[in-house]
Design a protein around this ligand. Structure first.
Ligand code: MRU
Length: 360
């Protein structure tokens, strides 16, 4: 896993050189930027808990963690025959799939590992063989995510001009993936090419992924970043301070509707108003080609996330009614282009998504 050595930030790690058996290690993103705390487990149920509690977050990182959840379930199943192992895997898949409904990479990664396990079972492999298959597939998904993001970054960097100021929302960086990032991957690649860029990060209420995570990782890498509150976007655009917007995605439909962190739609509408290019960066594993339009399941989270700042300070009347959708949907007409590891997709999206993802 040489590619891992190239990463400055490693949010997820599969630790294998342990006589007591493998374990998953991750950076608890809830505590950043104040504390850099790594957690670990050998129990897939704990992985599910970490995804649900957003210790691990960001669509690609969730997918990689879920794949390793299945790897842990297989390794520690105690099953003596393949049928029993398969039942444990199914149970683990169900729990892991119930953690967060919007991020498509979660379902994509679970399906990919389960398909490999089923093929291995149908080939008549024994318990050890199936366990090896599951672990290898999870490791492949992990490494592929890094490679994919690097390629996506390289392709997306062509859209960036020297001197650009790029506005981003939430965190689609190293901390949301296996370690390179999608939207922030494009910024990293542009800087690696020698372009000078400046980033404007929105704070991203209610969980402050922009203020806590994007700012932390960009400053760590020496990329110039300025923080604004979410309600400053219109003003900075009006003043001409933004050249391009780049955001990540949690799920993209076959016809180009984009689910991403709540607030993304508002930014896209403002970018359209100010004729600022609005780019979405996402690997092919974020595309859900089985749906069209705005039929994407949107996660609703605990009202206390809105009533408080990070559960610490109550900012309203204790029992006020709250609506807390974690994501919104940006319609394709507001999206200038979608950057993937297979190429840049421009409208008309229905035809071009299918063509580019097929490799055409
Ligand atoms: O709720 P989160 O923090 O998991 O939401 C993350 C986002 O919305 C990201 O923009 C998206 O997952 C893309 S990450 C490369």
């Amino acid at each position: 896993m040489e590619i891992l050595e190239k990463l400055r930030i490693r949010p997820l790690e599969w630790v294998e050189d342990d006589p007591e058996g493998p374990r998953l290690r991750w950076l608890d993103t809830r505590l950043l930027p104040w504390e850099e705390v790594y957690r670990e487990t050998r129990d897939y149920r704990r992985v599910a808990e970490a995804i649900k509690a957003m210790e691990i977050r960001g669509a690609p990182a969730i997918g990689v963690a879920a794949a390793y959840g299945l790897a842990l379930a297989a390794f520690y199943s105690g099953a003596r025959e393949p049928g029993a192992l398969w039942r444990v895997l199914q149970e683990a898949e169900k729990l892991l799939a119930s953690t967060r409904p919007t991020a498509y990479n979660l379902f994509w990664a679970l399906r990919r590992v389960m398909n490999r396990a089923r093929a291995s079972l149908e080939k008549g492999e024994d318990v050890d063989g199936i366990i090896r298959t599951v672990i290898d597939e999870a490791k492949k998904i992990h490494i592929e995510d890094i490679r994919t993001n690097m390629e996506l970054g390289r392709i997306g960097a062509k859209l960036i001009d020297d001197g650009d100021t790029i506005l981003t929302h939430c965190n689609a960086g190293a901390l949301a993936t296996a370690g390179y990032g999608t939207a922030e991957g494009i910024m990293r690649a542009a800087v690696e090419e020698g372009k000078r860029i400046r980033v404007i990060a929105t704070e991203t209420r209610p969980l402050l992924q922009g203020a806590r995570l994007t700012v932390w990782e960009l400053m760590k890498e020496g990329i110039e970043v300025r923080l604004i509150t979410d309600n400053m976007v219109g003003y900075v655009m009006y003043r001409g301070l933004v050249d391009k917007v780049i955001v990540g995605a949690d799920r993209i439909t076959a016809d180009g509707y984009v689910a991403n962190k709540i607030g993304t739609y508002m930014i896209a509408a403002l970018a359209y108003r100010h004729r600022i290019p609005f780019y979405v960066a996402a690997p092919s594993s974020t595309f859900d080609l089985s749906i069209e339009g705005d039929n994407i399941p949107i996660e609703e989270r605990d009202p206390d996330e809105v009533r408080t700042v990070l559960g610490k300070v109550l900012i309203t009347v204790k029992d006020v009614e709250v609506y807390n959708p974690a994501f919104d949907i940006t319609p394709p007409e507001l999206v200038t282009a979608i950057v993937t590891e297979k190429g840049i997709i421009t409208p008309p999206y229905r035809e071009n998504i299918a063509r580019v993802l097929r490799g055409g």
